[in-house]
Design a protein around this ligand. Structure first.
Ligand code: PLP
Length: 423
């Protein structure tokens, strides 16, 4: 019965350091968020001890009466939240959810059409280094080279030419709503199933701030920890007719026992996501991204050549394109890695990001992906997002030096202090 501090002071110390880092940093990597303490509690609960295989009422072991109830609640809440006919709450992660969704719909060697990784897609949408590109015949669609919006004409052409069995709509780095109805029409025209991966925007869908893919897609996958801001894991929603296939693809298809502590935390996640404070938080996140996009577009970083991919944003993130930075006036170029490092040094966490048609390698990149969901969870609203936008703009200006760095670090520290985390 030793507490962590006594059982393992080294890890306990590192957890304390991580909490301090989270408190002292403006977290703007688009995939992160802060789970409420109720969710942390469920995720750290005695359910860690409980092993289950199978589904409520159909388990492969005894002593499941309590976990069965918990999983049934999680499933019902997920269905209610998204208006879905079927939900599977067992995927350990977003990647596991996609592995199971594809396994439910495809045989090895079948063709799948997904958004190119370098154009905003995800590894699990058909890249060569991932199971999705190794196991299936993956074909990629792209964004338009001028507008950077998904090229739906190309999606239709590729669907006609390659006759995929599954078309995947979804993204990790894209700032516009996808046209799910158009994807459905294209899928129907070639007899393909439509899989929508809403890992990034599930929270916006739950809050009614983003069109829902549920009535268009055969299967929808999600993560519960990005904009949903809850348990770290995956989720699959589907039509009733695919329920048995989806469940079998998760267990025994691609996973063993469920992480019951996470399933409980997902139940709490869905409950919280159906409330008004959650919707207001998503609103602040989307508004915050709009503020950042607008302030950056008016700032001098644009004179230096920075641009916003797609020209703006409809979601909780902004994609800065630095390919032309410094080019117009013969100034010094700025790449994604250098921008990420500059922001890191003043206490802002962002991801460098490959932009479509990026001339630089993925370790360097010509882009930055900036997300607002975590700051919205921390209570940020318009005024604070204006302050953050101006800090980012000044950090990315030419002529950056130590003097400016000190000033920006102080301004970040003040914002952090104004918005306490896990107080
Ligand atoms: N799908 C998309 C679109 C993602 O962006 C991600 C992760 O960033 C995943 C799936 C995978 O989620 P996880 O990291 O939980 O496996």
């Amino acid at each position: 019965a030793l507490p962590l501090s006594a059982a393992d002071p080294q890890i306990d110390g590192l957890l304390a350091r991580e909490l301090a880092r989270q408190r002292g940093t403006l977290e703007m990597t688009a995939r992160e968020n802060f789970a409420p303490t109720a969710i942390l509690e469920a995720q750290g609960s005695v359910l860690t001890n409980k092993h289950t295989e199978g589904y409520p009422g159909r388990r492969h072991q005894g002593g499941c009466e309590v976990v069965d109830e918990i999983e049934a609640i999680a499933v019902q809440r997920a269905r209610d939240l998204f208006g879905a006919e079927h939900a599977n709450v067992q995927p350990h992660s977003g990647a596991q959810a996609n592995a199971a969704a594809l396994a439910a719909l495809l045989e090895p060697g079948d063709t799948v059409l997904g958004l190119e990784l370098a154009h905003g897609g995800h590894l699990t949408h058909g890249t060569r280094v991932n199971f999705s590109g190794r196991q299936y015949n993956a074909v990629a669609y792209h964004v338009d080279s001028r507008t950077h919006w998904v090229d739906m004409d190309e999606v239709a052409e590729l669907a006609k030419a390659h006759r995929p069995k599954v078309i995947i709509a979804g993204w990790s780095a894209y700032t516009r709503h996808l046209d799910f109805a158009a994807f459905r029409i294209i899928a129907d025209a070639v007899g393909a199933r439509l899989l929508v991966d809403m890992a990034y925007f599930a929270g916006l869908v739950a809050a009614g701030l983003h069109p829902s893919p549920v009535r268009y897609a055969d299967i929808v996958t999600a993560t519960t920890h990005k904009t949903l801001g809850g348990a770290r894991g995956g989720l699959i929603l589907s039509r009733a007719e695919l329920a048995a296939q989806v469940d079998a693809a998760v267990f025994p298809g691609t996973q063993g026992g469920a992480l019951n502590q996470v399933v409980a935390a997902k139940a709490v996640t869905f409950k919280l996501a159906s409330g008004v404070p959650f919707a207001m938080r998503q609103r602040r996140a989307v508004d915050g991204a709009g503020i950042i996009a607008e302030r950056l577009a008016r700032a001098d970083v644009f004179h230096a050549g920075a641009r916003l991919l797609t020209g703006g944003t409809d979601v909780h993130l902004v994609l800065l394109d630095l390919r032309a930075y410094g080019a117009a006036d013969g100034g010094t170029p700025l790449h994604g890695l250098a921008a990420e490092e500059r922001l890191h040094r003043i206490g802002i966490s962002v991801d460098r990001n490959v932009v479509p048609f990026d001339p630089r390698p993925p370790s360097v990149t010509s882009g930055v992906r900036i997300g607002t969901a975590a700051l919205a969870s921390r209570g940020f609203a318009a005024t604070s997002f204006v302050a953050v936008a101006d800090i980012i703009a000044e950090a990315l200006l030419p002529g950056y030096d130590e003097h400016r760095e000190r000033d920006l670090r102080e301004r970040v520290a003040a914002l952090v202090a104004e918005h306490p985390l896990y107080a």
